[in-house]
Design a protein around this ligand. Sequence first.
Ligand code: SF4
Length: 282
Amino acid sequence: MRGTDHRLVTRFQRRLLAWYGKHGRDLPWRRTRHPYRILVSEIMLQQTQVDRVIPKYREFLRRYPTLRRLAAADVSEVRQVWYPLGYNARPVRLHAIARETLARYGGRLPDDRGALRRLPGIGRYTASAMLSFAFGRDAALIDTNVRRVLGRVFLGPRRAKRMRGENAWWQLAETLVPAGRAYDFNQALMDFGATWCTPRRPRCPSCPMKPICATYPALAPASRPSRRARERTGWPRSATALPGASAHPTGASAHPTGASAHPPGALRARGAWGGIDSPPMI
Ligand code: SF4
C-alpha cells in the first residue's frame, strides 16, 4: 500500500501540518486539553454541524463547568440545557459517563483505551479522540472526512473502492500519525477533509497534496490519459466516482445535516448506548 511508503508518509505529514498552520480553524475545544471539556465537545459534535455546536458547547460548560457538576445535576435538566441540539440520547449518555467516572475513577476520566471504552457508549472513535486530544497520545482517528482524504491521497478511486473493512482504514491511519504530533495531525486531517478536500468540490488546483495525491490526476483535464489508459488504470469517469464523493444527484448526503448518516465506524449498537460513538461533524 502506498500508505506504508515512508517517504510518501513523511511528505503527507509535512504538507498537512503546514496546511493546518495556515488554514486550521480556531474552535473553542481546541483551546483546551481538559479531558472533560474535550469529551463534551466530542459528544456534541456527533451528527451535528460545528456552527450549531459552538454556542451550545459554551452554554453547556457555563452551566456544568466540571464533570462533578454535571454528575450532580438532574438528567432531565441536562437534557433541557442540551436542547435544541437533537439526538437527545447524547446528554443522557454524557450524564451517565459523568456519574460512572465519579463512581469508578474519582471524577477523573481515564486515560486508558480499555477503561474509556468501558464507559457508557464510548466506542473506538471517541476513545481515540480522547486519547489524542485530551491525553496527548499518538492515537489515529478515522471519521468520514479522514477516510475520504486518505482514500484520495493514498489509494485513488479504484483501490479506495476495493478497500474493505473498517480495520483496514484504521490501520492505514495508524501508519500515518507522526510521533508526538497526533493532536495537530488529527485536527488537521479533519479540517482538511471538512473544508478543503470536500466530497464534491475538492480544491485541487491549489492543493498542497497535488504532487502526491493518487486521485489528483483524474481531476486534472490536461493530464488525462487516453480512454484506454483510463480504463486500464481505473480513473474515475466523473466527480461522483471520486473516493468519498457523494453519489447523491445534488451532491448532498442523505443525512439532513449534511453528514453521512452512517459514517464508517459510527452508530454501532452498543447495548443500551448504541449510537454514541459517531465521529463528529467538523
Ligand atoms: S489534490 Fe484534490 S483530491 Fe487530492 S487531496 Fe488535494 S483536494 Fe483532495
